[in-house]
Design a binder for this molecule. Structure first.
Ligand code: SAH
Length: 339
């Protein structure tokens, strides 16, 4: 059985035509899928016999809301969704002045092993299908009843460790007959899989790339991010430079400030040196405390010192505003609690 939500438009078209149906059905079915139907019976402009034919050879993957929390502080909504196989993932809807953003997961668990991250604690269960990634946007939008305009792939999992499905998802969510969300309204965050960054560079998908850098050198990065043993800071930065040259897109560097680990003024100076002259932006995130881990955020003074040093050295920088802090909105925390 084929999950129709995991097919790219052209694949769906081939599937429909192979069933002996006219090509124009593709557009109708693709639109229904994006609207969030749970079954073929809801596709009211498709004949009963076609619907029966479809249900004999395909299915529609769905999500069920297992838990839902709404922040009293800022209206952030956090979902724990059940997948069809009973696994669960987290999705977060955030309200900004420029529109509604959804933060989505790309895998059940993660195998990257970053020392400060809750999502990786139980390892990787499996990657999500393209349909399961898309469903988070579809079902969140359906539930809140408002249009989602921005997507950040910063939930559970390493998106570039699920490369093919993520690319399919990006094509589908951008399709004019589907949710039609512009690539420029989508960001993808990676811990730095250099080989995949190089592939993404050639895809002609102008999304914003975020790099979880978190350290200015190999010594520190090796301690907190095992991926750095495979791809060094130097290799990563060089891949980023090529990416910027090719796509003319600004890269965003995520830097979680961990007290006593990577947050000294010397670290800021080294970071500025590393990023000097690049078309980029640094996002500082005071590290969220995770129970199992012994990492803590520094004082506001430390954070400001780090930030001001970067500004002084000509680096574009912001400190990430915390949203949904009353509902453990950061990735991995809720799923772990419920399991
Ligand atoms: N695997 C991807 C995306 C998921 S994590 C990546 O590594 O980029 C989204 C962001 O949150 C990453 O920058 C990640 O490093 C960061 N992060 C994870 N745990 C955190 C924590 N406890 N405090 C602050 N940031 C954290």
């Amino acid at each position: 059985m084929v999950d129709l939500r995991s097919l790219e438009y052209a694949e769906l078209e081939k599937f429909i035509v192979d069933l002996g149906e006219p090509k124009y059905r593709t557009k109708q079915i693709f639109s229904w899928l994006s609207l969030g139907v749970d079954s073929f019976d809801e596709m009211t402009n498709i004949s009963k016999s076609t619907r029966r034919k479809l249900s004999e050879v395909s299915f529609i993957s769905t999500l069920k809301i297992r838990e839902k929390y709404i922040s009293k502080l800022d209206g952030t909504v956090k979902y724990l969704f059940s997948l069809d196989d009973g696994n669960c993932i987290e999705t977060v809807v955030m309200r900004y002045h420029h529109g509604i953003s959804v933060c989505i997961s790309s895998q059940v668990g993660c195998r990257m092993g970053c020392g400060f991250c809750a999502s990786t604690i139980g390892g990787l269960y499996r990657s999500l299908t393209a349909g399961e990634i898309l469903n988070q946007v579809i079902y969140a939008q359906k539930d809140i009843g408002e249009r989602i305009s921005n997507i950040v792939m910063m939930g559970i999992g390493e998106p570039l460790d699920n490369y093919d499905n993520v690319i399919k998802f990006l094509h589908n969510v951008n399709h004019p007959d589907g949710l039609n969300i512009g690539y420029r309204h989508i960001s993808l965050s990676t811990c730095g899989l250099v080989d995949k960054i190089n592939m993404l560079r050639e895809e002609n998908i102008p999304i914003t790339l975020s790099i979880s850098l978190h350290a200015p050198n190999d010594e520190i990065r090796n301690k907190i991010m095992p991926v750095n043993k495979k791809f060094s800071v130097k290799e990563l930065i060089s891949a980023c430079k090529k990416y910027i040259n090719r796509t003319s897109r600004r890269i965003s560097f995520e830097y979680s400030l961990i007290s006593g680990v990577n947050d000294s003024v010397e670290n800021a100076v080294e970071l500025a040196g590393l990023l000097k002259g690049m078309l980029c932006h640094v996002n500082l995130i005071p590290v969220n405390h995770v129970e199992e881990r012994d990492f803590h955020k520094g004082s506001e003074t430390d954070i400001n010192k780090f930030k001001n040093k970067l500004i002084e050295l000509g680096i574009n920088v912001t400190v990430r505003r915390e949203l949904g802090s009353d509902i453990s909105a950061s990735c991995g925390q809720l799923r772990k609690k419920v399991l």
